[in-house]
Design a protein around this ligand. Structure first.
Ligand SMILES: *Cc1c(COP(=O)(O)O)cnc(C)c1O
Length: 496
């Protein structure tokens, strides 16, 4: 097979192998790495339909990671998608009232970030080894809640890595904090910052940009890296579950060979839905990509008008993982519809930075026909949870509920009989309070831990390991520091 190379969207770093792009994470010119072409293949879904998730993952990743050997890919896939998942299908597809939900929340932290963060550590260590990097890789992550725990779970006890997570001490939910500070694994560190998420994020960025500090760590045998969602090593594994879903729809005789499906994706940073777009380009028969936003509907407005405008109030919603005004991964799509023109792309990104707004050309907008935007506010999201529970006894988390509400809005305007898959990104057990209060106000004043039992009674679904007895687990991490002290804290952890 032809070797697939990766280029930066901003045009200054080109021709990297997959493993180089994964280890670098972000390009030096500030751009994101994209594959120089999407492999042209004739996917034989008839032969894929009986295959387990892992085999489909090896097949798809093999097309993109052309400098990895088959054995290396197998090692990564089978180390990631194992009994850390509480369902051996890894991503089960359930049918409720004629609609399909692809449940991406059966990993260690019961949210879809596990799909990528369980394999990234293996891709990263394998890629580093291929390049002769012998230093330990130190992952630095700032988190507003979800990514931190998923990264801790993914990297826990992975040889050759250490992970340090910074979170705003008073800015995450009780359960989120408890999940992080009880993290096991001898290579994990968790630090609360006396400040907000921006302070944590800025602190981490400053460390990445501080050449003297990085050199100091390198001399001690450590190489910094990031598990951020713009790493191409997080995006590629997400293509897999779209191909897998299509194969399973065929197997279950819900569709005929070649028949298209729609997908509805609750969207924040635009990673998940971009993976769906890549799956489509790869030849998966996907018709509409329905992009579901919450009240922070920058993307909805963008797809409607061609103008991306982040100059607006940031709204805190009950789907916090989608509370985003700058969807980083959109840059990859903009680059593509510009005809892979880095000058144009740079111009848009500079405008976004300096003025907070840019407008694409009419010609570019015409290339976005496959994307259909919808959004759901608080009331619609709540109603979607309540309605689904009343109809089918299935309890949606608020992120998935945004997608369900978006689909309801879509189908109320357009006649479309295409079979549709809603991408279900979190377990209701992760957002117990919002899910239950949507069903009945009486849950409003109950504490989060008690609500786990209520949810169990109502849904009949076992309390997942990720949150079971979490209030009784031993607190392992108790470091708290100011933003100014982050660099020293890292040194204290690494150099004892
Ligand atoms: C991160 C996240 C999203 C948004 O996904 P993007 O790839 O950032 O668009 C949606 N739902 C949940 C539960 C998430 O954790």
């Amino acid at each position: 097979m032809r070797k697939l190379l990766y280029n930066s969207t901003r045009g200054k770093e080109v021709g990297l192998t997959a493993s180089e792009a994964i280890v670098k994470g972000l390009a030096k010119d500030g751009g994101l790495f994209v594959p120089s072409y999407i492999p042209m293949v004739d996917i034989d879904f008839e032969s894929l339909k009986d295959k387990p998730y892992q085999e489909i993952a090896c097949y798809i990743l093999g097309m993109f990671l052309t400098d990895f050997t088959d054995e290396e890919i197998k090692h990564c896939v089978y180390s990631a998608y194992d009994n850390k998942f509480d369902d051996d299908k890894i991503a089960p597809l359930v049918k409720k009232d004629g609609l399909f939900y692809l449940e991406l929340f059966h990993g260690s932290t019961i949210a879809f970030k596990d799909m990528a963060l369980s394999i990234l550590p293996y891709l990263l260590t394998t890629a580093a080894k291929k390049q002769g990097i012998t230093k330990d890789i130190v992952i630095l992550t700032a988190t507003s809640g979800d990514t931190g725990k998923a990264a801790l779970a993914g990297f826990s006890d992975v040889k050759g890595t250490k992970i340090i997570v910074f979170y705003p001490k008073s800015g995450v939910s009780v359960i989120q904090e408890r999940q992080m500070i009880t993290s096991e694994g001898s290579n994990t560190h968790v630090v609360g910052i006396t400040g907000n998420f921006d302070d944590a994020q800025t602190g981490v960025k400053e460390i990445f940009n501080n050449d003297i500090y990085r050199k100091q760590l390198e001399d001690k045998g450590y190489q910094l890296s990031s598990a951020n969602s713009i790493n191409i090593g997080r995006l590629l594994p997400q293509i897999v579950y779209y191909v897998y879903t299509y194969a399973k729809m065929l197997k279950n005789e819900e569709i005929k060979t070649g028949e298209s499906i729609n997908v509805v994706v609750p969207t924040g940073n635009f990673g998940n839905i971009l993976a769906a777009y890549y799956a489509k380009k790869l030849g998966t028969p996907i018709d509409k990509l329905i992009c579901a936003s919450n009240d922070n509907k920058v993307l909805y407005d963008f797809f409607k008008t061609g103008t991306y405008d982040k100059r607006r109030e940031f709204i805190l919603t009950i789907s916090p993982s989608m509370d985003i005004l700058i969807s980083s991964n959109l840059e990859r799509l903009i680059y593509e519809i510009s005809g892979e023109n880095p000058d144009m792309l740079n111009n848009f990104m500079e405008k976004l930075e300096s003025e907070g707004i840019y407008t694409i050309t009419g010609e570019m907008k015409d290339k976005l026909v496959d994307f259909h935007p919808e959004f759901a506010d608080y009331v619609k999201t709540k109603d979607a949870i309540k309605k689904e529970y009343t109809n089918t006894n299935y309890i949606l988390d608020p992120h998935t509920a945004v997608a369900k509400a978006a689909y309801d809005s879509y189908i109320s305007k357009i006649t479309d009989e295409t079979k549709t898959v809603i991408i279900s990104t979190a377990s209701p057990y992760k957002f117990t309070k919002s899910s239950l209060v949507a069903i009945d106000d009486k849950f409003k004043n109950m504490d989060d831990f008690a609500l786990l039992d209520e949810l169990n009674k109502m849904s009949g679904i076992k309390i997942p390991m990720a949150v079971k007895n979490i209030d009784q687990r031993k607190i392992i991490h108790n470091t708290v520091c100011n933003k100014e002290d982050m660099q020293q804290v890292i040194l204290d952890f690494l150099i004892k």
